[in-house]
Design a protein around this ligand. Structure first.
Ligand code: C2E
Ligand code: CA
Ligand code: CA
Length: 409
C-alpha cells in the first residue's frame, strides 16, 4: 500500500520513545467521488486540500500521513488524557464543516475517525494501525462519526483447522519482551509471547487463541511450537546470560510430556537449563495440584527456574505458595498499575514483595507503564520488572538484532 511503510516507520519511532500517544485513522468520505465525477486532476486537488485541512487543525508536534484511498493517519503524542484525542477529532470535524471551493466545484468532505492508543491498545506499529482502522469501521457500523478502539471489537471466530495449519506451518511468531533488573538497570531476560497472524492478516492476541487451543488437543502442538520457537531464537542470543521465560499452559502439563519436550528442546538448541524460567499461572497450578507439583519438581531438578505467573488474580490460597517449588513470583499488572495513585495498593504490592522474599522467591512486577511506578517498585525492593515503560514485546528476531548491536557496540 501507498504510504503504509512510512506510517509504520513513524509509529515505530514513536513506540521506541516509549511514552503514550494516540493514533487516528481518518477517512475523508466522498474523496474518491470527486475524482470520479470531476476528473483525476480535481480529485488530486481535493485530496491535497483535505491533507492541508487536517494538518492545519493539528498541533506542531502531531504528524499526518496520506494512507491510501480516502484514508489518513494522524499521530498525536503527549496527550494529557485519552479524551484529548476526542478534542483533536472535534477540531478535525470543525475544519471540514465548510465546503471547499478550490478552483472548481465546491466540495465537502465528511470525516469518519477511529482512535487507538499506545500502549493500551497494542505494543507494535502494525497492531495499532489495524486497531485504529477497526475502531473507524465499528464507528461507521454504529452510525457514529468517531470511535475509540474497544477490546471486544477484536474478537474473531477462531477456526480449528486454520489454527492447526498455522501452528504446523510455523505461521505463529515469537515476540520477546525484556525483563529488567530494577536495581542494576539492565535487561536480564526476556519473556516469549506468541502472536498469530491469520491468512486474512488479522493479528489474534494470545489471550484469544491460547484458551481456544487449551480447550482442544491443539494445546499439545502449540506448546511444542512455543518451546521450539523460543529456544531457536534463544540459541541466537549465544552466551548472553539472558534468562528465557516461557509460558506453559496447565492443560499442557495435565496432558503430560512437557518435561520431556523441554529436555529434548534444550539439548537440540544447546540452551542451558539454568537460563530457562517456566511460567505457570496461579489458577492453573491449583487445578491438579499433586500432578503439577510433580512436574514443577522435575523442571527444578533439570535446573530450570519456575515462576508463578499473574499472582494476585487467581484463587490460590496463600498456603499453596509455600508448597509450590517455585523460585519466582510474578505480580500481576492489575496489582501494579494502581500503585502510583493509591497508597494502599502500593502497601499491598510492597507486602507481596516482602512475603515472596521471606519464602526465598525473587519478585517480578508486570505492567510497569511509567517511570513513577518503576521508581516505586525499585524502592520497595522488587527484583525484576516488565512493562511498556521498560520495553514492549517485539518480534524476537528484531529484539535479538537490537540487543546484540547494543551489547557489542
Ligand atoms: P502474561 O504471561 O501475563 O504476559 C504478559 C502480557 O502483558 C502480554 O500480553 C504483554 O504484552 C502484556 N504487557 C506487557 N507489558 C505490559 C504493560 O506495561 N501493561 C499492560 N497492561 N500489559 C503489558 P500478551 O502478549 O497479549 O499475552 C497474553 C497472555 O497469553 C500471556 O500473559 C500468557 O499467559 C499467554 N501466552 C502468550 N504466549 C503464550 C504461549 O506461547 N504459550 C502459552 N501457553 N501462553 C501464552
Ligand atoms: Ca507470563
Ligand atoms: Ca503474567
Amino acid at each position: 500500500m501507498l504510504n503504509q511503510r512510512e506510517i509504520l516507520a513513524a509509529l515505530e519511532r514513536r513506540i521506541s520513545v516509549g511514552s503514550g500517544f494516540a493514533l487516528l485513522a481518518v477517512r475523508v468520505c466522498d474523496l474518491r467521488d470527486v475524482a470520479i465525477r470531476h476528473g483525476a486532476q480535481r480529485g488530486e486537488q481535493a485530496e491535497a486540500d483535505a491533507e492541508r485541512l487536517i494538518r492545519e487543525s493539528l498541533r506542531p508536534v502531531d504528524e499526518a500521513f496520506r494512507a491510501g484511498d480516502e484514508l489518513f493517519a494522524v499521530i498525536l503524542p503527549d496527550l494529557p488524557a485519552r479524551n484529548h484525542a476526542l478534542l483533536a477529532a472535534t477540531r478535525l470535524f470543525k475544519s471540514f464543516e465548510r465546503p471547499l471551493r478550490g478552483d472548481g466545484v465546491p466540495w465537502q468532505g465528511r470525516l469518519r475517525i477511529g482512535a487507538a492508543f499506545f500502549p493500551q491498545d497494542g505494543g507494535d506499529a502494525d497492531t495499532l494501525w489495524r486497531r485504529a482502522q477497526m475502531a473507524k469501521q465499528h464507528a461507521a457500523r454504529r452510525g457514529e462519526p468517531c470511535g475509540f478502539y474497544e477490546v471486544r471489537e477484536s474478537r474473531i471466530d477462531i477456526d480449528y483447522d486454520e489454527l492447526r495449519e498455522s501452528i504446523e506451518s510455523n505461521r505463529l511468531r515469537a515476540y520477546f519482551q525484556p525483563l529488567w533488573d530494577l536495581r542494576a538497570r539492565r535487561i536480564v531476560g526476556v519473556e516469549s509471547l506468541a502472536r498469530w497472524t491469520t491468512a486474512r492478516q488479522e493479528i489474534v492476541p494470545p489471550d484469544q487463541f491460547v484458551p481456544f487451543a487449551e480447550q482442544s488437543d491443539l494445546i499439545v502442538a502449540l506448546t511444542h511450537w512455543s518451546i521450539n520457537a523460543t529456544f531457536r531464537h534463544a540459541a541466537a542470543l549465544g552466551k548472553s546470560d539472558l534468562g528465557i521465560a516461557i509460558n506453559l499452559s496447565a492443560r499442557a502439563v495435565a496432558r503430560g510430556g512437557v518435561t520431556e519436550q523441554l529436555r529434548d528442546a534444550l539439548s537440540i538448541w544447546g540452551i542451558a537449563p539454568t537460563s530457562v524460567i517456566a511460567e505457570f499461572t496461579e489458577t492453573a497450578l491449583v487445578e491438579d495440584f499433586d500432578r503439577t507439583v510433580r512436574t514443577l519438581r522435575q523442571l527444578r531438578d533439570l535446573g530450570m527456574r519456575v515462576a508463578i505467573d499473574d499472582f494476585g488474580t487467581g484463587y490460590a490460597s496463600l498456603m499453596y505458595l509455600s508448597r509450590f517449588p517455585a523460585t519466582d513470583l510474578k505480580i500481576d499488572k492489575t496489582l501494579i498499575e494502581p500503585i502510583g495513585l493509591d497508597a494502599r495498593a502500593a502497601r499491598l504490592a510492597e507486602s507481596i514483595i516482602q512475603l515472596a522474599h521471606r519464602l526465598d522467591m525473587t519478585t517480578t512486577a508486570e505492567g510497569i507503564a511509567d517511570a513513577n511506578t518503576d521508581r516505586l517498585l525499585m524502592e520497595m525492593g522488587c527484583d525484576y520488572g516488565q512493562g511498556f515503560h521498560l520495553g514492549a514485546p517485539q518480534p524476537a528476531d528484531k529484539f535479538i538484532e537490537r540487543f546484540c548491536a547494543e551489547t557489542v557496540g
